[in-house]
Design a protein around this ligand. Structure first.
Ligand code: ARG
Length: 461
C-alpha cells in the first residue's frame, strides 16, 4: 500500500492513473539534499519551540544525516509509490528514525512552503554556477579582443557595410550583454534570498516556529514577508528563467555572427577542429555545429520561459498544483546552459580570424562615406549639405565601379568646391577609426580602455 501523507480522511489510496500523473520524483529528486538541509533546519526550530526534546532533535538530525549520505551514495532512491521528493524523503526518514520520531518532523510545515524554499536554494546555487560558465565565454571574448589588437573589420547595419570598426570592438560588443546577464543573476539573487519556509500551506505556522532561524540556516537573508506570497508566487523562478533565456539569446546572436563569418563568402573566421564537425557524405565539410546548437538551444530556453509564464498566468492564490510545473522548465534551462556554455567558450577561445581579409573588406561598400560628410562638417559645411555631397561621391563611384579614394582632385572639386584634396586624410580605415574617439567609440585608444574595463568588470563579478 502507498504510504500516503493524507491517509486519515481517505478510504482508498490514489488510483494508479492519478499516481502516475502526480509523480514528480523523476525531476524533483535533484532537490533531495536541499530538502534534507531544510528538514535539519526545521528540526532545530521544532526543538527551539519546545516540540522536540534534545534527544529527539539529535536523533532526528542524525537520521537526516544518514539519509543524506544514502541519497548522495545512491543507496536511497525514490520508489514508484513516492509521489514527490518530500514523500520519498519522509519514508527514508521514518525508515531510519522510526515512525514515532520520524513522524514528528512534518509539524508546522507543508510541502507548499518546502518546495517554494527548495527551488530558491537550488536556483541560487545554479545561478552562481551558470554565471561562472558564462564568464568563461566573456573571458574568451576579451582574450580574443586583446589578441586581434587594432585589426579592423567592416562594421555592418542591416547586414550591409556601414562603417569600419575594430574587430576587438565588435567582439566586446558581444561581451557586454553577457556581463549584464551575469549582473542580472546577481541582482536577481537579492530578490531570491528570502525564505518561504514557515509559511506552511499558505497561512503561516501556529506552532511558534521561527522562520528567520530556518532562513538563516539555509543561507537566506531572511524570511518572506507574507506566507501566501511565499507559497504561491513564482516570479522569482520566472525571473531566473528570463535571465537564462536572455543568456541564450545573447549567445545565439554571437553564434549567428560566427556562422556567417565561417562561410566561404565571409571567410572571416576558421573554427578549430575540436569545435567543428564534418559531414558523413561531403568530405570537405567543416560545420559550425557549436554555434548552430547555441542558436537552436536559445529557442528552447525561450520556450521554457514562455511555458512557465503561461503556467503562472491566471493562477488564483494561493498554492495550486499547477505550480509543480515550475520546475522542469528551469531544470531544463540549467541543464541546457551547463552543457552549452563550456563548448561555446571553447569555440570562442579557439577561433582564428583572417584579419587580412577583414581589413581588405573594411573600407569596401563605400563605408567611408560618413567620414567624408563628417570631415565637411568639421570644415564648417552644414550636415545636410555634407550628407548630399558625400552621397554624390558614392553615386559617382558606383557608376564608375571605383572606390571613394579613387576620385581625383578634379573629380572631388567637380562634385563640390568644399571637397579639397585634404578630404583624403579621412579616406583611410585607420583615419576613420582614429576619428571615432569619443567615449565608447571604435578608436583604438578607446577600445584599449574599454577592453580593460570589460576585463575588470568580469573580474568583479
Ligand atoms: N510536488 C509539489 C510541487 O512541486 C509540492 C507538493 C504540494 N502538493 C500539494 N498537494 N499541496 O509543487
Amino acid at each position: 500500500p502507498r504510504l500516503s501523507l493524507w491517509g486519515g480522511r481517505f478510504a482508498s489510496g490514489p488510483s494508479d492513473a492519478l499516481a502516475a500523473l502526480s509523480l514528480s520524483t523523476h525531476f524533483d529528486w535533484r532537490l533531495a539534499t536541499h530538502d534534507i538541509a531544510g528538514s535539519v533546519a526545521h528540526a532545530r526550530v521544532l526543538h527551539a519551540a519546545g516540540l522536540l526534546t534534545d534527544d529527539e532533535r539529535d536523533g532526528m538530525v542524525d537520521a537526516l544525516g544518514r539519509l543524506r549520505d544514502d541519497v548522495v551514495s545512491g543507496a536511497f532512491t525514490p520508489v514508484p509509490a513516492d509521489e514527490d521528493v518530500h514523500t520519498a524523503l519522509e519514508r527514508g526518514l521514518i525508515e531510519r528514525a522510526g515512525v514515532d520520531l520520524g513522524g514528528k518532523l512534518r509539524a508546522g510545515r507543508s510541502r507548499n512552503d518546502q518546495i517554494a524554499t527548495l527551488i530558491r536554494v537550488y536556483l541560487r546555487e545554479q545561478a552562481r554556477a551558470v554565471s561562472a560558465l558564462l564568464l568563461d565565454v566573456v573571458d574568451a571574448l576579451v582574450a580574443q579582443a586583446h589578441a586581434v589588437g587594432e585589426a579592423p573589420m567592416p562594421g555592418r547595419t542591416h547586414l550591409q557595410h556601414a562603417q569600419p570598426v575594430l574587430l576587438a570592438h565588435h567582439l566586446l560588443a558581444h561581451a557586454w550583454p553577457m556581463l549584464r546577464d551575469v549582473e542580472r543573476w546577481v541582482d536577481w539573487d537579492a530578490r531570491a534570498a528570502r525564505s518561504p519556509y514557515g509559511s506552511g500551506a499558505l497561512a503561516g505556522s501556529s506552532l511558534g516556529l521561527d522562520p528567520a532561524a530556518v532562513a538563516a540556516e539555509l543561507g537566506f537573508d531572511g524570511p518572506t514577508e507574507n506566507s501566501i506570497d511565499g507559497t504561491a508566487s513564482r516570479d522569482v523562478v520566472a525571473e531566473f528563467a528570463f535571465v537564462a533565456a536572455m543568456t541564450g539569446v545573447d549567445l545565439s546572436r554571437l553564434a549567428e555572427d560566427v556562422i556567417l563569418w565561417a562561410t566561404k563568402e565571409f571567410g572571416f573566421v576558421r573554427l578549430d577542429d575540436a569545435f567543428s564537425t564534418g559531414s558523413s557524405i561531403m568530405p570537405q565539410k567543416k560545420n559550425p555545429d557549436v554555434a548552430e546548437l547555441a542558436r537552436g538551444k536559445a529557442g528552447r530556453l525561450v520556450g521554457d520561459l514562455t511555458g512557465l509564464l503561461t503556467t503562472l498566468k491566471g493562477l488564483p492564490l494561493a498554492y495550486n498544483r499547477d505550480l509543480q510545473e515550475d520546475k522542469e522548465p528551469v531544470f531544463d534551462q540549467v541543464d541546457t546552459l551547463t552543457v552549452l556554455l563550456p563548448a561555446f567558450a571553447g569555440m570562442v577561445a579557439t577561433m582564428r580570424f583572417d584579419v587580412g581579409r577583414m581589413a581588405e573588406l573594411a573600407p569596401q561598400g563605400f563605408s567611408l562615406a560618413t567620414d567624408i560628410a563628417e570631415w565637411l562638417v568639421r570644415e564648417g559645411v552644414p550636415f545636410r549639405v555634407a550628407h548630399e555631397v558625400a552621397g554624390a561621391c558614392v553615386r559617382e563611384c558606383e557608376e564608375r565601379g571605383t572606390e571613394l579614394w579613387d576620385l581625383s582632385d578634379d573629380d572631388l572639386a567637380q562634385i563640390s568646391p568644399h571637397l579639397t584634396p585634404q578630404v583624403r586624410t579621412v579616406l583611410t580605415v585607420e583615419g576613420s577609426l582614429a576619428s571615432r574617439s569619443a567615449y565608447g567609440g571604435t578608436a583604438p585608444v578607446r577600445v584599449r580602455e574599454q577592453l580593460e574595463r570589460a576585463r575588470a568588470r568580469a573580474g568583479e563579478l
